[in-house]
Design a protein around this ligand. Structure first.
Ligand code: PMP
Length: 437
């Protein structure tokens, strides 16, 4: 098999020409611009189950899932019905509704790690607020983050970050005051000495250590459980809070996310993506004692005109109700693991420098021969050229991956054996082409 002809992008290209006159880079979030892969971005018209269709009518099996939220696939009937039902009564009140209680109860009753929560409208807001809470609670200013971890686009966290920043080769953002960045200590993942040194150098100044439960924004860089336990201990010893940013991992690797996966109790947890079932919802939560510092109970201010929006709550309730059913994660993870294992077997049998790093229903295609990648530095930026070829070949075979080799892919409950078989065959062909068989 050789390269397939490129899919038609006439309509997408037209829309892109127009969007470039309206938005920087033609998009409202940078990675969507297809800057690091081949061709113009595809404008998506419709999604159903594990499929999406673009403006030119091309159909794809989707492994991006809106970057993680769509664990049940696109346009899930239960979510659509609940949202439609709630919408009949109006869309926003800026006053409490019973729906917020309903979603909160679903979360808190099934999660050992939070006693009280606050809903926001994005992951960025959730994490930004969690940082403020940690600072307010401890009375300290500095935070410690890890190179390659992405925590949204608030000022303190855009220092040596993953996602779109690493994709475009500039890991810290312009426009963040030097004095803000100085309050953010950045160290490599998987390096105990670096963290010990930071705690020695900045004794009694570190409000919080923040880590993605399972780092998934700079490739999938899975940490050893023992290292995360070490983080937990060093935070406790120094009176710093441990924040798990579970915007990707929450409700993804299991209903209780990475915290349950490692059996580690963080002090503050942040969620996003899946919690809103495709609508804009984020959340942070902690013990009642810590959350008592949030306004109007306490002095840490945080608010939102559309926070707890009823339509968004409806999508969250419908989604989490499905996820909470017995066997959901067992089935999804087994299906995803079988899928990635067969891709790995294919690559290994042919001696390709290719590894699939994976956990639960998250996977990352890495063009490497390393068995473990545990820090951002372990990734060879040159290998992204191979991803670029793969991405193009896969689009041409009806498979949609997020347009960056640093981003992970997601299997949803809507992917059936049939689509996964089809995707596997396409991936095998693409790998053969990348490695020029
Ligand atoms: N934290 C993590 C771990 C994320 O992956 C993201 C988004 N990919 C965010 C925070 C920010 O969330 P949002 O894009 O909803 O603001």
């Amino acid at each position: 098999t050789g390269s397939k002809p490129d899919i038609s992008r006439t309509k997408s290209a037209e829309l892109y020409e127009k969007s470039k006159t309206y938005f920087p880079g033609g998009v409202n979030s940078p990675v969507r611009a297809f800057k690091s892969v081949y061709g113009t971005p595809l404008f998506i018209e419709k999604g159903d189950g594990c499929y999406i269709w673009d403006a030119d009518g091309n159909q794809f099996i989707d492994f991006c899932g809106s970057w993680g939220p769509l664990i049940l696939g696109h346009n899930h009937p239960k979510i659509r019905e609940k949202v439609t039902e709630v919408m009949q009564n109006g869309m926003s009140f800026g006053a409490p509704t019973a729906l917020e209680n309903e979603l909160a109860e679903l979360i808190i009753k099934n999660n050992r790690f939070v006693e009280k929560i606050r809903f926001t409208s994005s992951g960025t807001e959730a994490v930004m607020s969690a940082i403020r809470l940690a600072r307010g609670f401890t009375g300290r200013d500095k935070i410690l983050k890890f190179e390659g971890c992405y925590h949204g686009h608030s000022d303190s966290l855009l220092v040596k970050a993953g996602s779109g920043l690493v994709t475009f080769g500039e890991t810290s953002s312009a426009g963040v005051p030097k004095s803000f960045a100085e309050e953010t200590i950045v160290i490599p993942l998987n390096d105990k000495t670096a963290i010990e040194q930071a705690f020695t150098q900045f004794k009694d100044q570190i409000a919080a250590v923040i880590i993605e439960g399972i780092p998934a924004n700079n490739g999938l860089i899975i940490q050893d459980e023992e290292y995360i336990k070490f983080l937990r201990k060093i935070c406790t010893d120094h009176g710093s809070l441990l924040i798990f940013d579970e915007v990707i991992t929450g409700f993804r690797v299991g209903f209780e996310g990475a915290a349950a996966h490692y059996d580690i109790t963080p002090d503050i947890v942040t969620y996003g993506k899946i919690i809103g079932g495709g609508l804009p919802v984020g959340m942070y939560g902690a013990s009642a004692e810590i959350m008592a510092h949030i306004s109007p109970d306490g002095g840490v201010y945080q608010a939102g005109t559309l926070s707890g929006n009823p339509v968004a709550m409806a999508a969250g309730i419908a989604t989490l109700t499905e996820l909470n059913k017995s066997g959901f994660y067992k089935d999804l993870n087994a299906k995803a693991q079988e899928f990635v294992a067969s891709i790995q077997r294919f690559a290994t049998a042919r001696n390709y420098k290719f590894k699939v790093f994976t956990i639960g229903s998250i996977f990352w295609f890495a063009f490497t021969d390393k068995d473990k990648i545990q820090s951002a530095d372990d990734i060879d930026a040159g290998s992204m050229e191979k991803f670029k070829i793969m991405h193009r070949e896969l689009l041409n075979r009806g498979i949609y991956l997020g347009p960056s080799g640093y981003e992970v892919g997601f299997v949803s409950s809507a992917h059936t054996k049939i689509e996964l078989e089809k995707a596997k065959r396409a991936i095998f062909e693409a790998l053969d082409l990348v490695f020029k068989k």
